[in-house]
Design a protein around this ligand. Structure first.
Ligand SMILES: C[S@@+](CC[C@H](N)C(=O)[O-])C[C@H]1O[C@@H](n2cnc3c(N)ncnc32)[C@H](O)[C@@H]1O
Length: 222
């Protein structure tokens, strides 16, 4: 899969956070904002008493319909709010974050992921990209949080490798060498990860680095 540097760390992070939320909060009510196909349902199933999906478009997997900017739920009604790969698609991210804060109960938490650097991918629109400082500022300015932690999903080399792998896959798919594309994508992504493992400077957000995706844990003040 060309997008390995986004998806694999995201699944690993959400698996850990699903469990950590259970350890801190017990069995929780989970709101999945912009749930799409609810791809992380199985990760949360052992810990969530309820997994409520909300999407702004007709979606048979979503229990509720509405945009992040006006969530159709009561104040403080969820313990954990998941918002995975949605924020880059919304009209008003600041209002979206205010809504995430509003619906999360005091002491509860938001698990959010969104892109740093990525290809244009409208769903149905694609408006925003962030740096780790910009994303932290967006959260802090739009909610009463006890803490906000922003971490890159993968390092610079893995992110660059993934962006290249996307285009290598596109090109090979259109040639007689299409049978090579799985191996080529996997080799490029493995090389990126190996470089990040060896060079710590590539893993940390500092001048000169980039990240394809960020993971955010924001805890509501009690
Ligand atoms: C890339 S998909 C991600 C779906 C799912 N969260 C995942 O991680 O696979 C983007 C989702 O955001 C939803 N979306 C787009 N604009 C939105 C908005 N303003 N408010 C809430 N969700 C939105 C889309 O309907 C879609 O389900």
């Amino acid at each position: 899969m060309p997008t390995y540097a986004v998806r694999e760390p995201l699944v690993r992070w959400l698996s850990a956070e699903a469990r950590l939320a259970f350890d801190a909060l017990g069995r929780y009510r989970l709101l999945d904002v912009g749930c799409g196909e609810k791809p992380y349902r199985d990760l949360f199933a052992p810990y969530a008493a309820e997994h409520v999906g909300v999407d702004p478009v007709a979606n048979p997997l979503a229990e509720l319909r509405g945009p992040i900017e006006a969530l159709p739920v009561e104040d403080a009604s969820f313990d954990v709010v998941l918002c995975a790969q949605v924020l880059e698609h919304v009209d008003d991210p600041a209002q979206g974050v205010r809504e995430l804060a509003r619906v999360t109960r005091p002491g509860g938490r938001v698990l959010l992921s969104t892109h740093g650097t990525y290809v244009f991918h409208p769903a149905p629109v694609d408006h925003w990209r962030w740096t780790h400082t910009g994303l932290e500022r967006l959260l802090r300015e739009n909610g009463d949080w006890a803490s906000v932690r922003v971490t890159p999903g993968a390092g610079t080399a893995a992110s660059l490798a993934m962006l290249n792998a996307i285009y290598v896959e596109h090109v090979l798919r259109r040639t007689p060498l299409r049978f090579l594309r799985g191996g080529a994508v996997s080799a490029i992504n493995r090389l990126g990860r190996a470089l990040d493992r060896r060079v710590s400077l590539l893993r940390e957000p500092r001048p000169g680095t980039l990240a394809a995706n960020y993971h955010v844990v924001a805890e509501r003040a009690s």
